[in-house]
Design a protein around this ligand. Sequence first.
Ligand code: ATP
Ligand code: MG
Length: 507
Amino acid sequence: MNSSFIPTPVLGILDTLKTSGYQAHIVGGCVRDLFLGREPKDWDITTDAKPEKVLTLFPDSFYENDFGTVGVKVEPFHKDRRPDREHDVIEVTTYRTESSYSDRRRPDHVEFVTSLTEDLSRRDFTMNAVALEVRNQDSSSEEKSRPVDIVDPFHGQDDIRDRLIRTVGNPEQRFGEDALRMIRAIRLYAELREPGVENGKGWEIDESTVAAAKKHAGLLSHVSRERVRDEFSKIILSGSPSEGVELLRTTGLLSDIVPELEEGVGVGQNLHHTFTVYEHNLRALEHCPSRKLEVRLAALLHDIGKPKTKRGDGYRSTFYNHDHVGARMTRAILVRLRYPVAVIENVTMLVDNHLFYYNVGEVTEASVRRLIRRVGLENMKDLMDVRIADRLGSGVPKAKPYKLRHLEYMIDKVSKDPVSVKMLAVNGSDLIKELALAPGPKIGAILDVLLSEVIEDPIQNTREILLGRAKDLSNENLETLRERAKEVIEEKRDEDDKDIKNRHKVA
Ligand code: ATP
Ligand code: MG
């Protein structure tokens, strides 16, 4: 191996550390990725220089946490990141051991050490515990091809060659120290096990490592939800998400993360489905066409409400209301895992609306406008992706491209029509000025009624018509107005939903 694979900014940091009299190696996931011929996501450097020293050697750097990691800002060099970013960050971590984890969340204290081998021995998996040293510049050689020495005391290269994920040292002890490592093993498995990559499917987790995870799965409950969430999200976004979730289940870790998914194991469905609820959820995730976290979570959770709402058995069973029950469960799951509010709202909305009814020629423009009003125009693509995932996950050969294309066309067609109060030809101050109305909640309620009527018939969206209509409405009291807006929008929406239920017995 030579240094030609290593980006110049990384070489620069290594050289600065070494000319200042310190050791410096490249370590972690990027070394593993280099051996696999994959593009590293980020680059980590380990050194015997103390964090304070690293901070002074690199003026454009900052302390990242209490564990001795300093982020050094460098010229952008990653190809696949936002092109307009100001810098990339390379993490420089001081050799350390992590003493005991008495609360099982984080080490009691971090001890800096002087030996590279000791630092490598605290790392999670053998494939992540290989270090590279770039030899000093030899004046006779080209900058691009400096020799690289490999430091590999735990035989990580053998495991990389054999596609084996194995802990450094005794797995039971290592999982006992930090239970997050169990889910990290599965995350790396799901990420490395990439379909379409040479030997991608060959990855396995070493038997005794899996056995230790099964034995210690209960310890995951001690780990902070944020750390669990971040690894779980990476599994969901990986190339083999359903294999990852299935492995979480068989090791027993899923019971701590999303036990609700396990309620679907062995739960048969009706004539529309050949798979159990659990199998279908996994298949929907596997086939999800989107790479957005929200959409993938919605694909995985879209039928989470089915086990609780199942009535009857065999091919006649029904799952009325599973969309709304599932949305409530989804919210609770994501809140528990401390996802950001925006993610929670989005995924919940997608699960709540995943049964939207659409059939070419049957669905009116007004009902597409109502759907857009409920979901938001900006989320329609995501909702369609959930539908595609759902269909493909049912074992239906095609995602009915014609129907979805037609819906896209309809969305496009009505997308200029008013679907929100902002798009009405009048606004609140018009009503106050033109109709001499007092500012207050009644204005909002009148606008809601106007919108509900315009959604049914966009021709009415002119200033003249709406002002006339608003004048009549202003004689009604607030309650009546609110009722009326709700009636028009929600009752019609209910009719749309009833359609689905009658036709499909809620598939
Ligand atoms: P990625 O490609 O996602 O960056 P990675 O293997 O680099 O994967 P990071 O989370 O960036 O993973 O961690 C960097 C390195 O730090 C790992 O390769 C591993 O050596 C070590 N490491 C991270 N988390 C742990 C842990 N919980 N226990 C022990 N070592 C860890
Ligand atoms: Mg990394």
